[in-house]
Design a protein around this ligand. Sequence first.
Ligand SMILES: Cc1cc2nc3c(=O)[nH]c(=O)nc-3n(C[C@H](O)[C@H](O)[C@H](O)COP(=O)(O)OP(=O)(O)OC[C@H]3O[C@@H](n4cnc5c(N)ncnc54)[C@H](O)[C@@H]3O)c2cc1C
Length: 516
Amino acid sequence: MTTDPRQAALTAATTPEPWDILVIGGGASGLGTAVEAATRGYRTLLLEAHDYAKGTSSRSTKLVHGGVRYLAQGNVSLVREALYERGLLKRNAPHLVRDLGFLIAAYKWWAAPFYGIGLKMYDLLAGKLNLQASRYVNKAQALARTPTLKQAGLKGGILYFDGQFDDSRLAITLMRSLEDHGGVTLNHAPVVGLIREGSRVVGARFRDDETGQEHEVRAKAVVNATGVFVDDIRRMERSDVKPMLSPSQGVHVVVDRRFLPGDSAIMVPRTDDGRVLFAVPWHDHVVIGTTDTPVPETSLEPRALPEEIDFILRTAAQYMDPAPTRADVRSVYVGLRPLVKAAEGTDTKSLSRDHVIRISDGGLITLTGGKWTTYRRMGEDTVNRAAAQAGLPERLSLTAGLKLHGATQADLPDHWKVYGTDAEWVQTLPGANQKLHQALPYTEAEVRWAARAEQARTVEDVLSRRLRALLLNAQASIEAAPRVAAILAEELGRDQAWQAGQVRAYTDVAQGYVLR
Ligand SMILES: Cc1cc2nc3c(=O)[nH]c(=O)nc-3n(C[C@H](O)[C@H](O)[C@H](O)COP(=O)(O)OP(=O)(O)OC[C@H]3O[C@@H](n4cnc5c(N)ncnc54)[C@H](O)[C@@H]3O)c2cc1C
């Protein structure tokens, strides 16, 4: 057993000196804000209720993109900003982002020129940071890139390029970058109340979920970046605030790579319900999604509706041969979109994907909306507002040129690559050649690394967000859970009862990802 790194973070977090900036929430928005603040030299604390990227930020389509769909909606400035951020992220975290070709198949004579023109515009908007230029491909070239594309009636297609990433690994990388730059960050530490002086919000109360003990922290600026839960925090300030959000859910299914064996993704530009659908190769599997279904309530573990699964598989079957069936699905995951409310009766497909920063009368700064691709820009905007509001000394943003933790151009094999320069350290730990499960690429050494270096505290932290086992193969991840619990228990000094409880809790969550 090694010394528990959580204790040091807890002691640092609860120092009586007020923080410059307290960030509540450890998803893309909160981590982006906290890294921005810490790299400007502001004293920064981040508190995450469960685990980094436990919410929407581990459940994306895994694209670093401008959003071809937003271009079709005429939202040019949003697309330009996202394409710029795509370029920065590729530069600053090359171990987590790669270029990927996307094929739009043409089955009608007009489809290729129609989409080709739009995608030339997409290339132009990316400016100097463009990836490879989009181009027309004939039928043979289309099939060489995506051999399982349905052949009957295929005329050719358009190939364009976007970025692809590993979302929760980016969150862990940002958490590590935050620590590298002097920020303090704790997971399993839900904020349970705000501290006010008069009408001003001057801090928060949080609970250490490992001991049940509550602590108070003070800060000159408090940022609420809790994704679809922002209204809960806003209600801690004023119980009668009107909700900002109108969440909708997006479902993905994950299947074996044999359903899309080439080197490109498939992009369906218009599904029967007017959305786009992607089939994307990811960690030797294929992610297919997504849907857009308004939900009345927020939940940490939203569930797919049967009709959403049917819709995804039915649409995939229009383009893929062989097409995956329910029996081929290895995992189903669901993310909630924090869409900012529009006027009554508006369809969620057309609500803003841009970010929104709102400051309450008491000074609580709420950041929501946006997307993973623009997390850095969202953080920059938020810290500008927070610094001005709290009277902090003005300092320039450094994040556009900031290499994230572990950044390297080295071409490591897929599953080691996400660790960047840390990969060689992970491989020195016991169990680097010992797989956790036959159907998964992960090793025992990675569990030890997750506990020692990446703040993993539970079996779920490891199997869902340090490793991506839950998303790649939910059943195999359930089978790996007892071994992960045993290694974690060794690392964190826990007993048999803890291990049994962890396996039970993990199995409960992971069952929700198994399609029955
Ligand atoms: C289906 C889907 C697909 C997407 N695909 C893409 C994509 O391919 N590319 C892209 O760029 N974007 C994509 N997005 C958008 C992107 O994933 C989200 O915009 C982003 O992850 C939102 O991050 P967030 O930090 O605002 O929210 P979250 O990730 O939900 O983070 C909020 C965090 O706050 C924590 N929290 C809640 N309450 C408290 C509390 N009381 N105290 C402390 N912490 C608390 C939660 O545990 C959570 O970790 C997609 C979104 C969806 C829904």
